[in-house]
Design a protein around this ligand. Structure first.
Ligand code: PDD
Length: 284
């Protein structure tokens, strides 16, 4: 079944959706994106995603073609037209089309593309068994706090993991884990402390991360926001990742080292259940 996608004001069958070959998203990865999850046909934590979208735009001195309320209206229209009950809505804004030049064009119209992807996020078998990750060097640029479409290093990391028979990759810089290929990374120490890297330009400030840390505080799970090494992760009692498209996903093996019991641990399972409950309750 063909999806309906949104391109600069039009709702089109996906095969008819077109962007200029001069679009700076295509030529320079000069664009930003957001992924909001959908549960029961409603958007999860979407206001926070739009806030981060505004920040990404402002860091790049880029403007959005629509205001937030109009963007939400398009997201909801796509959910309705595609009868999406569970999955994600993807949104991408680029600086627009202009003759190729490294300098930002003075008068390009920003381009906005949105589409849906149906996906079982809650009833995901990977969450029941946990995933295996490998470590790879973090070769990305230094503004990982901006959610740009410059994703080749992340894509290479994910492919390296799949080629190695694993599910995903954790990226490592100066001996410390930054984050997953498209998610934030955590461990639970043998003392029961949830550890995830502190916010900086070195990682994306995950919306799911913020929600999971809030839930952890409410549940009185001790949290430390700091960098951790692979050695610390190998010895942890649990490991996990979070993102809009996976929620909370247990990690049961890192570089072939079985983590804890080798099965999804109690903290990961509790946080996943709590996150799903809260997401359902507050989806809009
Ligand atoms: N990825 N870190 C990176 C590098 C990411 O690409 C993502 C999200 C996250 C988690 O952020 P959030 O919780 O806001 O989804 C962390 C999205 C899902 C993607 O690229 O598909």
């Amino acid at each position: 079944m063909s999806r309906t996608v949104y391109v600069n004001g039009d709702y089109l069958p996906e095969a008819e959706a077109r962007i200029s070959v001069f679009d700076r998203g295509f030529l320079f990865a000069d664009g930003i994106y957001e992924v909001s999850s959908v549960l029961d046909g409603r958007l999860v934590d979407n206001a926070a995603h739009l806030m981060r979208m505004r920040r990404s735009l402002s860091e790049l001195n880029m403007r959005a073609p629509l205001g937030d309320a109009d963007i939400v209206a398009v997201q909801q229209e796509l959910i309705a037209r595609n009868a999406l009950t569970e999955g994600v809505v993807y949104l991408q804004i680029t600086r627009g089309a202009a003759d190729r030049d490294f300098a930002f064009p003075a008068d390009a119209e920003p381009s906005l593309v949105m589409f849906t992807q149906a996906r079982a996020i809650v009833d995901n078998p990977a969450a029941r068994r946990g995933i295996a990750v490998i470590s790879v060097p973090d070769i990305r640029w230094q503004r990982r706090d901006i959610k740009t479409v410059g994703l080749l290093a992340s894509s290479m990391a994910k492919q390296a993991a799949l080629d190695a028979g694993a599910d995903d990759a954790w990226m490592v810089e100066n001996g410390l884990v930054t984050e997953g290929s498209s998610n934030n990374a955590y461990i639970v120490t043998t003392g029961g402390v949830l550890v995830t890297r502190h916010l900086s330009n070195e990682i994306l400030h995950g919306i799911t991360r913020a929600a999971v840390l809030r839930l952890s505080h409410e549940e009185q799970i001790p949290v430390e926001e700091r960098a951790f090494s692979l050695e610390e992760a190998y010895a942890a009692s649990e490991a996990l990742i979070t993102s809009a498209s996976s929620f909370v996903m247990p990690v049961v093996s890192i570089d072939g080292h079985s983590i804890g019991t080798g099965e999804p641990g109690p903290v990961s399972r509790k946080l996943r259940a709590l996150y799903i409950d809260t997401a359902r309750k507050h989806a809009t």
